[in-house]
Design a protein around this ligand. Structure first.
Ligand code: BG6
Ligand code: MG
Length: 219
């Protein structure tokens, strides 16, 4: 029997880690002598660490040697890891456990599809790891969102047809990746920003079981 596979992004969908990424990038920017604003941080959502640093250096008009570039990537991640060290279940975004539980109880395949290389320890810290049948993260992909690779691998690992995939995403690049994979994109966040999504909710509290049942019945 064909099944729908549910694929969740991590940062900004399951947990509000965007603020910690922001603090770590801003610290680096300040050390390099320029500021980095909240608005500029929007550009970093769903974007790989390497690409984020390229954008940041561009904002600050800073040129880097290969050695500096690699060092700053490490520095940023060390700071980020410090910020998330004490994360716990209180940082899970509203109603995420309800939705995961609802799908799990109905035996629906669930995957993570994230650009982050820190995804697994974060899921462990917040106690949600056991919900996931497959985890595809920044360690498993060669092409960053908006390339569909991360979601195509997730569908493959779940054993579902890519066209039967549903993706929950908070980033423009992530919605574009889901659409490029031929999946149903569900935007979590501002619909002015995520206007390319097939469906949109401000957060999971707005998503009722009727909507989830509609998705489950797709195949
Ligand atoms: C994405 C975030 O999920 O992961 C990006 O939205 C981040 O902001 C990217 O840059 C990479 O994360 P990490 O944890 O590997 O630096
Ligand atoms: Mg995200």
């Amino acid at each position: 029997m064909r099944k729908v596979g549910f694929i969740f992004d991590l940062d900004g969908v399951i947990v509000d880690t965007a603020k910690y990424h922001y603090l770590a990038w801003r610290k680096l920017a300040n050390e390099l002598g320029f500021d980095f604003t909240h608005d500029q941080n929007e550009l970093f959502k769903g974007v790989s660490r390497k690409r984020c640093l390229e954008i940041l250096l561009n904002i600050g008009d800073v040129t880097a040697t290969h050695e500096q570039f690699d060092r700053w990537m490490i520095d940023k991640n060390v700071d980020y890891l410090e910020y998330i060290e004490n994360m716990d279940a209180s940082e899970i975004l509203p109603d995420v456990p309800r939705v995961l539980k609802y799908l799990k109880e109905r035996d629906m395949p669930i995957a993570l599809g994230s650009a982050s290389k820190n995804a697994r320890p974060i899921l462990e810290k917040v106690g949600l790891l056991h919900y996931f049948d497959a985890i595809v993260d920044g360690n498993n992909v060669t092409k960053a969102k908006p390339d569909p690779e991360v979601f195509l691998i997730a569908a493959k690992n779940l054993g579902v047809n890519p066209l039967d995939g549903v993706v929950f995403e908070d980033a423009v690049a992530g919605i574009q990746a889901a659409n490029a994979a031929g999946m149903i994109s569900v935007g979590i966040g501002d619909n002015q920003i995520l206007f390319e999504a097939a469906h949109n909710f401000n957060d999971f509290t707005e998503m009722d079981s009727g909507f989830l049942d509609g998705l489950r019945a797709l195949t």
